[in-house]
Design a protein around this ligand. Sequence first.
Ligand SMILES: Cc1cc2nc3c(=O)[nH]c(=O)nc-3n(C[C@H](O)[C@H](O)[C@H](O)COP(=O)(O)O)c2cc1C
Ligand SMILES: CCCCC(=O)C(=O)O
Length: 364
Amino acid sequence: MAIEPINMNEFQELAKQALPKMYYDYHTGGAEDQYTLKENVEAFSRILFQPRILLDVSRINLSTTVLGYNLSSPIMLAPTGCHKLAHPEGEIATARAAAACKTIMVLSCMSTCTVEEVASSCDAIRFFQLYVYRRRDVSAQLVQRAERCGYKAIVLTADTPRLGRREADIKNKMITPELKNFEGLMSTEVDSEKGSQLEAFASEILDPSLSWKDIGWLKSITNLPILIKGVLTAEDAVKAVDVGVAGIIVSNHGARQLDYAPPTISVLEEVVQAVGGKIPVLLDGGIRRGTDVFKALALGAQAVLIGRPVLYGLAAMGENGVRRVIEMLRDELELTMTLCGCCSLKDIARSHVQTPRDRLRSLL
Ligand SMILES: Cc1cc2nc3c(=O)[nH]c(=O)nc-3n(C[C@H](O)[C@H](O)[C@H](O)COP(=O)(O)O)c2cc1C
Ligand SMILES: CCCCC(=O)C(=O)O
């Protein structure tokens, strides 16, 4: 290997070298002008620390729980489709890394290994991410298969009534790989030769009529707890609590859906306040450093999820790469906690960070 990655940017560089352009672009890209893509990362850099000193930090504990499951750190794996585009072992390699790091993997329903293959590959704690299809029966079968083979929660992605406009994928005529979960259930072929085939496929299968009342339907077909992914406002957070879901993921889909949606870290606090501690709030989008994880926790997230970093690790070095990505962020978080004077995650407080809004308020 050419370079030994020392941070996430270097992992990204290795992934770029390892992958065909079409796949690398698919992994890294965002929607339209990619304003939100840049902001997801940059908004973290506008939050500064207010570190505390002279607090015995000789022992740091990063462990936490999410929905009652014990994790070695508050860093989980976000659902991302098509892992075989990054590495031939696909989602199985990712799951094994999650198991080795004792964290939760959220498996995308658009995976290139089946829910059963991933379940039998290792003992990782797994959640199942669901898109609701026009063919509700197909969605229901996937949920029931996931429940049967030990997935612990359903993550309903609610920000994708259609796929966002990802211009690199359009130019590259992004292909849809074999999505193994649909074998024997639904064809993944599309007629169109133009533009992104993935987008054409998505618009054929995704159900844009999905609405709040369908949470009742989802509850009627599964006993698993349901999390809603894609919440960006206090109003929707209140609705999510009202319909009785078990958790919320503040997410803008890694800036791949609505461009000019706010960076997730900038809306986290208002969502957390609206939820009022009734259910856990998680966050994804733009986490590239342990300092980012700390900032999200200080603003009220129970844990964070990482999307692209996992794919970079997977593309660069397979299972071992994913493990090293998680460990890198975990080590950086540990150092951040040490330098901020926090021995455990519950010591991380709102007063450890200063947001742009705080600075504005102090001027008034
Ligand atoms: C290549 C790629 C594929 C994705 N596929 C899915 C998916 O199948 N389902 C889903 O809910 N979110 C999907 N996402 C969004 C992620 O779950 C997550 O919200 C996002 O990647 C977080 O931002 P980050 O990449 O900056 O960490 C995908 C993201 C990427 C980059
Ligand atoms: C058809 C959906 C593909 C996976 C996805 O959600 C993404 O690329 O962001």
